[in-house]
Design a protein around this ligand. Structure first.
Ligand code: ZN
Length: 305
C-alpha cells in the first residue's frame, strides 16, 4: 500500500487562542444554521433537567409537517474529525430539504453575536475550557425552536450528541430516526488530516494529500484526489499547528473512546447505520445514497435540476 502526500512547505503563523481553540474543538462544516442574538439566557449552573425541559419544549412535533414527505429525517451524523462528516451531512441536507445543524456552527454563531450566552461562552473559551453539555443543549434547543417556527420538517445533526448523557437527553425528547456513523480506514484518515491546509487570506479549505491505497483482500483500491488551491491562494496556505501525526492519532484515540458508548447506545436501539466510506466523494456519495434508499430522490432531483 502506498499513501503519498504532496506537501507544501508551510509555516503557520501564531493564531489567537480563541480561533485555535475553536478550530480544535469543533469540526468544521460548510453549511450553517441560523443565529440570533436574543435567546434564553444561560445560567452557568443550569442543570440537565432544565436543559431537557427546554429541549422538549422546542422539539415537539411540528404542527405543519411537510405533506410531500412520507419519511422522517431526524438524523444524526457521527464520524471522527476529518472523516468528511460535514460534507456529507450538508449534501444530504440539501437533498432532503432539511437543515444541517452543526453544533460547532451554533457555537461560532453565538460567539459572534452579542447575547448573554455569547459573553459567557467567550469567558469559557478565553480560559481554555471546554464548552459544557448544558451550553450546547441550550444552543441546540434555541435552534430547534427556530426550526419549528420556520416549519422545517426534519434536521441533520452534526457534532451532537457526543456523549451518552447528551444522547439520552435527545432520545427522551425528540425522535431520532437514524444515526449514520461514517467511517474511514485509519491510514486514509491520517493522510487526509495531515494534508489539510487553510488559506490564511480568504479562509478557504484545501487538502494537498493524494491518497492512493492498494486494495487488500479483495477490497477495492481507495483513491482520494487532493483538493488543490487556485493560484491566488497557493502561497498563503497554512496548516494547523495541531495537525501532526502524533496529535491526530491522539485525537482519534480520544474520539473513539468517547464515541463508542454513543454508538453502542444507538446500536442497541436499532438506529445505528455503519457506513464505511469507500473513498472520496465520487465513490462514496452514490453508495451512501443507496444505503439510505435515496437514489430515486436524488435521480429525480438531478433530472429536474
Ligand atoms: Zn485564499
Amino acid at each position: 500500500m502506498a499513501v503519498s502526500h504532496r506537501l507544501f512547505r508551510l509555516h503557520s503563523p501564531a493564531k489567537n487562542t480563541l480561533s485555535s481553540f475553536l478550530i480544535r474543538s469543533f469540526s468544521s462544516s460548510s453549511s450553517s444554521s441560523s443565529s440570533s442574538s436574543h435567546g434564553p439566557s444561560l445560567d452557568p449552573e443550569i442543570d440537565l433537567e432544565e436543559a431537557a425541559a427546554q429541549l422538549e419544549k422546542s422539539s415537539s412535533p411540528s404542527p405543519s409537517p411537510s405533506p410531500s414527505k412520507g419519511r422522517n429525517f431526524h438524523w444524526v451524523f457521527l464520524g471522527c474529525p476529518g472523516v468528511g462528516k460535514g460534507t456529507y451531512a450538508s449534501r444530504l441536507s440539501s437533498l432532503l430539504g432539511v437543515p444541517h445543524i452543526a453544533t460547532g456552527d451554533l457555537v461560532r454563531d453565538e460567539l459572534s453575536s452579542s447575547g448573554l450566552l455569547s459573553s459567557q461562552l467567550k469567558e469559557l473559551v478565553n480560559h481554555g475550557k471546554l464548552v459544557p453539555d448544558e451550553f450546547i443543549i441550550s444552543l441546540l434547543s434555541k435552534r430547534l425552536e427556530a426550526a419549528k417556527e420556520k416549519g422545517e420538517s426534519g434536521y441533520i445533526l452534526d457534532g451532537f450528541p457526543r456523549t451518552v448523557t447528551q444522547a439520552e437527553i435527545l432520545e427522551g425528547v425528540t425522535n431520532i430516526d437514524l444515526v449514520i456513523n461514517l467511517k474511514l480506514r485509519e491510514e486514509a484518515l491520517l493522510a487526509k488530516c495531515l494534508g489539510r491546509r487553510i488559506c490564511s487570506e480568504c479562509g478557504a479549505n484545501y487538502n494537498v494529500a493524494c491518497i492512493d491505497i492498494e486494495g487488500e483482500d479483495g477490497s477495492p483500491r481507495m483513491y482520494m484526489p487532493p483538493l488543490l488551491p487556485p493560484p491566488s491562494c497557493e502561497s498563503k496556505l497554512i496548516s494547523r499547528d495541531d495537525d501532526t501525526e502524533e496529535v491526530v492519532k491522539e485525537r482519534l484515540r480520544i474520539y473513539n473512546k468517547m464515541t463508542q458508548p454513543v454508538e453502542e447506545f444507538y446500536r442497541k436501539r436499532g438506529k445505528l447505520l455503519e457506513f464505511e466510506l469507500p473513498g472520496g466523494i465520487p465513490q462514496s456519495w452514490p453508495r451512501l445514497l443507496r444505503a439510505l434508499h435515496l437514489e430515486d430522490l436524488y435521480d429525480k432531483q438531478s433530472a429536474t435540476a
